[in-house]
Design a protein. Structure first.
Length: 565
């Protein structure tokens, strides 16, 4: 018998990387994450970030952050800052920060070189004519009359395009490849267009801007990227990518590898749609806790570790699929279960008066901060004669399966005492507004010396010590599995995606909790201190409930679902 190391389960990209390192094709791996700074990063980008930065760190290589800022637009600086913040928050650091706009001069020079080599020409057809000549999937394209321009004439025109002599749309620079190609991307693609617009970094220096398909492979080559990882929609662009890095005299020939983008149910992810949600005020901003942006997830209470684990579980494959958003929620529960301190908080308070507890007296009860983690220690929670419990933990006429508080019934108050409901006080309309109860002093700490065990344990807060707070209960932003299917995605907005609980009551230990602190409210879920909180007046965002009431589907996944309950 031979003992072998268990095979490592590598995805197809890591297999390629390992092969290239083993064969000596590369002696180091260089990747990049290349966002266009035209919006905030979302959970789909997180998959790409974890992949690119992850591979670089696993193989001792480098990962660059490159802003693909070839489109001149106004708002880019805010987005670029947000992107850097989000990548850092996820736990990654770039070896170099680059901008595609840093390469504008080099890219332009290569444009001239292509012209001199007879591989590019200036086309003065209108955009519509160029579109018509491009052909279709079943028809070949037609060559433009400008295709036979001399290199001198092309050079002259290209230089004058750069000099700003022509108005937008009058000329473009095109690669001279093959109008008959079955791949439309190879039918003399446009490399440069005229745009008299300021760029957030280069100002008014340029009147022509390179197309993404031209700038991207050449930027990869300049940075000596070894493996250029992108999503599947670029598969058809790969022949152009290869043509450029082979045709232009670049310092390196990177290889493009495509993987399936992340799709999540109940979620829209395209930046264009997210921008609409923000601009048309369906949400409070890019960091609204319902947004699938990294900034939104952070403010909702997701942790970097949860997002990284999610990306790892989702894995990297070649085939498109849709991931259940329940998996993302599972990952954050799993992490917060380990790290979030427990506190007691009541969202819909119902007063309980303990009639045999002396008036004016209070005591402090030792309560573990995290039963999953002894090293988290314990804290003292005040107990007194008047408490709050959760309104739906009481029923005057309980049905058979209701085991919580009811007249004549005894329950345990967590880490405190057993109490028995003796009577109720009602308002004029007949609503229960107060519970009268007695406590058993012998059950201090939550156990009875005679071993009797109530069927329910409730959370509670001492009224005179309670901190008032606002709690924002978030639910999915869309109530359709695929909000992009059928009509406008906005039609599928969930009208109940935010419920504001105005008068939550919390134990005093959270009074001065720092923004972005995570807590588990016992029995209710995980909550984050919202950055809009004021000292002494915390606002809490519900990250997730403790139990997954949505994704029954996950139950089919065995371990995942069992662990989440
Ligand atoms: P969107 O389509 O959401 O507007 P994008 O692809 O235009 O996004 P970029 O800023 O160009 O956004 O993307 C930066 C990188 O992130 C690219 O390499 C892109 O392939 C990757 N990326 C974007 N969306 C996803 C996704 N859903 N899953 C995985 N990777 C993604
Ligand atoms: Mg893009």
């Amino acid at each position: 018998m031979t003992s072998e190391a268990p095979p490592r389960n590598l995805d197809f990209i890591r297999e390629i990387v390992e092969d290239d390192l083993r064969s000596g094709k590369h002696n180091t791996v260089v990747t990049r994450f290349p966002p266009e700074p035209n919006g905030y990063l979302h959970i789909g980008h997180a998959k790409s970030i974890c992949l690119n930065f992850g591979i670089a760190s696993e193989y001792g290589g480098r990962c660059h952050l490159r802003f693909d800022d070839t489109n001149p637009t106004k708002e880019e600086s805010e987005y670029a800052e947000a992107i850097k913040r989000d990548v850092t928050w996820l736990g990654f650091s770039w070896d170099h920060l680059f901008h595609a706009s840093d390469y504008f001069e080099q890219l332009y020079q290569w444009g001239e070189e292509l012209i001199r080599d007879g591989k590019a020409y200036v086309d003065s057809s209108t955009a519509e004519e160029i579109r018509d000549m491009r052909g279709t999937l079943t028809e070949p394209g037609k060559e433009s009359a400008c295709r036979s321009r001399s290199a001198d004439e092309n050079l002259d025109l290209f230089r004058r395009m750069r000099a700003g002599e022509f108005s937008d749309g009058t000329h473009v620079l095109r690669a001279k490849i093959d109008m008959q190609s079955p791949n439309i991307n190879m039918r003399d693609p446009v490399l440069y267009r005229i745009r008299h617009e300021d760029h957030h970094r280069t100002g008014d220096k340029w009147d022509i801007y390179p197309m993404y398909d031209y700038a991207h492979p050449l930027s990869d080559a300049i940075e000596q990227i070894t493996h250029s990882l992108c999503t599947l929609e670029f598969e058809d662009h790969r022949p152009l990518y290869d043509w450029l890095v082979e045709t232009v005299r670049v310092p390196a020939r990177p290889r493009q590898i495509e993987f399936a983008r992340l799709n999540l149910n109940y979620t829209v992810m395209s930046k264009r749609k997210l921008l609409r949600l923000v601009e048309e005020r369906y949400v409070a901003g890019w960091d609204d806790p319902r947004m699938p942006t990294i900034a939104g997830l952070r403010r909702r209470g997701f942790t970097p570790a949860a997002i990284r684990n999610f990306a790892e579980r989702v894995g990297v494959a070649k085939r498109e699929n849709v991931i259940d958003v329940g998996l993302l929620e599972f990952c954050v529960r799993e992490d917060l279960n380990k790290v979030a301190p427990r506190v007691m908080g009541v969202l819909r308070p119902l007063r309980v008066v303990i009639e045999n507890y002396p008036e004016g007296q209070s005591e402090e009860l030792e309560t573990p901060n995290n039963p999953e983690d002894a090293s988290a220690g314990s804290r003292k929670v005040p107990f007194s004669r008047v408490l709050y419990i959760e309104r739906d933990d009481f029923m005057e006429e309980p049905p058979k399966k209701f085991f919580r508080l009811a007249p004549g019934r005894e329950v345990r108050l967590r880490s405190a005492y057993f109490i028995t409901c003796s009577s109720v006080v009602k308002d004029a309309a007949g609503n229960v507004v107060e519970i009268r109860a007695t406590y058993d002093p012998a059950t201090r700490g939550g156990d009875a010396p005679d071993g009797r065990r109530p069927k329910a344990t409730l959370h509670w807060v001492s009224a005179e010590h309670a901190v008032d707070c606002e709690v924002r209960l978030y639910d999915r932003l869309f109530n359709a599995e695929n909000p992009e299917e059928g009509g406008d995605f906005l039609e599928h907005l969930n009208p109940d995606s935010l419920e504001i609980v105005p008068d939550g009551k919390l134990e005093p230990s959270v009074r001065s909790a720092a923004p972005f602190s995570h807590y588990q409210f016992e029995r209710l879920g995980y909550f984050l201190v919202d950055p809009e909180s004021k000292p002494g007046q915390p606002i809490f965002n519900r990250t997730v409930t403790l139990k997954d009431s949505w994704a029954k589907k996950l139950a089919g996944g065995g371990g995942l679902a069992r662990a989440s309950v």
